[in-house]
Design a protein. Structure first.
Length: 134
C-alpha cells in the first residue's frame, strides 16, 4: 500500500505503508501525521514535517527545533540527536554523536525508516550526555 498526503504549500507526498505504520505504532499525534500547527516555530516543508513525525515516533521525548537556518535538529533537552534536511536539492540526515556522523543521503522520504536504529543509538548517546552533564 502507498499513502498520499496533501499539503497546501507543497502538493502531495507519497509514502510507504511501513513508514506510516512505524509512526502510527508509536502513538505519536492524533493520527501520527503532523500539521503545520504541530511545529509552529520551525518553518518546515511537508517532507520535513513527516521526517519530524518519524523521528518523534521513534523517540517521543525529542523536540524538533530550528537551531540553524539550513536544517532542522531533533534534540533531547539541549543535546542534538539528529540534524536533517529534506528539500528538492538536499536530502540528508546526520547523527552528531555516532561514530560515523557523516551526512547520510535519503532518496525518498520513506527511506528514513532505514535509519531507525541510528536514531535510537543517537538518542541513547544524547541521554548519556545529558546525564553526565547533570
Amino acid at each position: 500500500f502507498v499513502f498520499a498526503f496533501s499539503h497546501a504549500r507543497d502538493g502531495f507526498i507519497i509514502v510507504s505503508e511501513v513508514f506510516i505504520m512505524d509512526i502510527l505504532k508509536s502513538g505519536f499525534g492524533s493520527l501520527g501525521i503532523s500539521g503545520v500547527n504541530d511545529y509552529p516555530d520551525i518553518d518546515a516543508n511537508a517532507d520535513e514535517l513527516l521526517m519530524s513525525d518519524y523521528i518523534k515516533s521513534v523517540c517521543p521525548s525529542v523536540q524538533i527545533v530550528r537551531k540553524a537556518s539550513a536544517y532542522l535538529t531533533a534534540v533531547y533537552n539541549e543535546t542534538d540527536v539528529a540534524r536533517f534536511k529534506f528539500t528538492e536539492r538536499a536530502k540528508w540526515i546526520t547523527f552528531p554523536y555516532l561514530e560515523n556522523n557523516k551526512k547520510r543521503y535519503i532518496e525518498k522520504i520513506e527511506d528514513l525508516s532505514a535509519f531507525k536504529d541510528d536514531i535510537v543509538k543517537s538518542y541513547d548517546e544524547a541521554v548519556k550526555i545529558e546525564e553526565y552533564n547533570k
